[in-house]
Design a protein around this ligand. Structure first.
Ligand code: ZN
Ligand code: ZN
Length: 261
């Protein structure tokens, strides 16, 4: 039985992108075949790549404009490509604003009945964080990369959303690389001060420190690179959860905003 995985990706590019943006993106994509290397061997591991524009006269493309067919020796190689390879991850980040929609299917030739592969657990380590304007950047060392949701009223006020996404880490595990966060202090429910640190220019909330927590601080996990791929691992102040939060998933129509946010 073959272990080779064929990773099929279809993209629909945004009509607004310029030719030079597209060309640069395409060149970078094609170069992944040689630039994606395994850290232990330093050798490329993508077996093959085919790429091109959809030329089908049939009316079944669902608006997808380009197709990419990549082959990997096995699922471990594909997992590394999708979740760890820094070259591919940077490419994905840069490509995201150019792509309106995509379809991804992975197949093994001849295997018609089999469960889906399990999503690999995200590995712990140093995660890069940045605020909206980019003035403040930092790294946070996280052992278990997942979000702890907080439904308290303060988080709703500070973040303007239904909950915040957090991890508690030791203060030495956070390193501010650029920018100097401003501080806002309020009195927490315990009667002790809580210090909130945020970017003075764009107000993105980076972390906070409660006097009662000693050397532990609470960082906002959604501001970290890869944060949108982390799973929720728990929740606090669940009594404050808005009634519709659980029901939200999958019931809202997908809306493309008229204005670019
Ligand atoms: Zn900022
Ligand atoms: Zn909270």
């Amino acid at each position: 039985m073959t272990s080779v995985i064929t990773h099929i990706v279809l993209f629909k590019y945004k009509p607004s992108i310029t030719w030079s943006e597209f060309e640069a993106h395409f060149d970078t994509f094609l170069a992944l075949k040689h630039k994606c290397v395994k850290p232990d061997t330093g050798r490329p591991y993508m077996k093959s790549m085919k790429a091109g524009k959809n030329r089908s006269w049939e009316d079944f493309s669902k608006g997808m404009t380009h197709g990419f067919v990549l082959e990997f020796e096995n699922q471990d190689d594909l997992d590394y490509y999708l979740t760890e390879d820094p070259v591919h991850l940077k490419f994905s980040r840069d490509a995201a604003p150019l792509i309106e929609d995509s379809v991804v299917v992975d197949i093994q030739d001849g295997i018609l009945f089999a469960p889906r592969f399990k999503k690999p657990a995200m590995k712990g380590g140093n995660f890069h964080g940045s605020c909206h304007c980019g003035d403040c950047t930092w790294t946070a060392e996280i052992t278990t990369p997942q979000h702890i949701l907080c439904h308290c009223d303060t988080c709703k006020k500070l973040g303007g959303g239904p909950f915040s996404m957090n991890q508690i880490i030791h203060k030495d595990q956070l390193k501010i690389l650029t920018g100097t966060p401003s501080r806002y202090t309020y009195t927490g429910a315990s009667g002790n001060p809580v210090h909130c640190y945020f970017c003075p220019r764009c107000t993105s909330h980076i972390y906070h420190h409660q006097a009662v927590m000693g050397d532990q601080i609470i960082i906002r996990t959604i501001l970290l690179e890869g944060g949108s791929k982390m799973q929720p691992g728990g929740e606090i102040f669940a009594e404050g959860k808005l009634g519709w939060v659980d029901a939200l998933r999958g019931v809202l129509d997908r809306v493309t905003p008229e204005v670019k946010l």
